[in-house]
Design a binder for this molecule. Structure first.
Ligand code: MLT
Ligand code: MN
Ligand code: ZN
Length: 303
């Protein structure tokens, strides 16, 4: 029997919790060991069958710490890593920065869409990933691939925008191209999804994830204007390419997804301003609707 194992390496959005330059109430609490709110690292998911080898989905700038705090990812020989592949779902810094950390002549497969691969190609700093060790693979949308023996997956376009550092003027929001992708996993009759960045949930995407066993979904902001209201920024969630958790029946992921008959729904890529980090009405609303709130070290096994 193929048991799919998911391990949340980092549940926070870009910046992490606390973010280095932020003293909002969540960040302040995450610096206070007595608050009960543990610090959370930046967006990444590890997936395995059997637990001996792992595929990492997104290489966060915190990957060194994530490997350190995850015994399953420690080397078992003088030079070795259980990490056999790294899949990138968009080219934002929180998802590619960690590639610079795992550069020490260790073989792994680096897998992404052509648009994401082109961003890595255009940035010469990524040449530190020696091609003699790191094999780059460009996967077409909806093509089956195997990120790890025993796991079948597909990438598919989800509504999003280009990476923040590639924006010129006002970017096109809700682009459905290869710059932001979701991942579908199939094993042993189970179906799971990893969608850490998503601007909207159009009907076709709802149809795709309907009835899934597990969906990890973009939980960046609770309300679209959250960063503006907290005073930490001027952008809405939508402007950042992230659908808020709440909104009307079309624009909030909570309402839309809770009608899709998904067995387990987990918010990940949660921004430090998001009130769901702590007990309160917002966290209560999310859990009452059947969602779980991702946290570093969260493990989900689909037998
Ligand atoms: C995002 O998800 O919006 C990005 O992580 C932004 C960033 O690069 O900080
Ligand atoms: Mn991000
Ligand atoms: Zn903060």
């Amino acid at each position: 029997m193929t048991e799919l194992r998911f391990l949340v390496l980092g549940s926070a959005a870009g910046g992490g919790l606390p973010q280095w330059n932020c003293n909002c109430s969540n960040c302040a609490a995450a610096r206070d060991p007595s608050s009960g709110l543990a610090p959370q690292t930046q967006s990444s998911l590890a997936v395995s069958v059997g637990g001996k080898t792992w595929a990492i989905f997104n290489a966060s700038p915190d990957i060194r710490q994530q490997i350190q705090q995850t015994p399953q990812l420690h080397p078992s020989a003088l030079r070795q890593s259980p990490i056999k592949s790294v899949v990138i779902t968009n080219a934002d810094v929180d998802h590619i920065g960690g590639l610079l950390t795992i550069r020490e002549k260790q073989a792994f497969d680096l897998i992404s869409s052509s648009a994401i691969d082109a961003v890595l190609d255009a940035n010469p700093v990524f040449r530190v990933l020696d091609p003699a060790f790191v094999r780059r693979h460009v996967i077409s949308l909806d093509e089956m691939f195997s990120p790890l023996d025993g796991i079948e997956a597909r990438i598919f376009a989800v509504p999003g925008k280009v990476a923040l550092f590639l924006e010129e003027g006002e970017p096109e929001l809700g682009l459905e191209g290869e710059q932001t992708i979701g991942v579908e996993f199939v094993a042993g009759g189970r179906r799971a999804y990893y969608i850490p960045g998503c601007a909207t949930l159009p009907d076709w995407l709802c149809a795709r994830i309907r009835g899934a066993d597990l969906v990890f979904f973009d939980g960046t902001v609770f309300t679209d204007d959250e960063m503006i209201r907290v005073g930490t920024g001027v952008k809405t969630g939508q402007r950042m390419g992230h659908m808020p958790i709440t909104g009307d029946s079309r624009s909030g992921s909570l309402d839309v997804m809770s009608k899709l008959d998904i067995a387990r729904m987990v918010y990940v890529h949660i921004n430090n301003t998001n009130p769901i980090w702590r007990d309160g009405p917002e966290r209560g609303a999310v859990t009452a609707a059947g969602f779980e709130i991702g946290h570093d070290g969260m493990e989900i096994n689909l037998a």
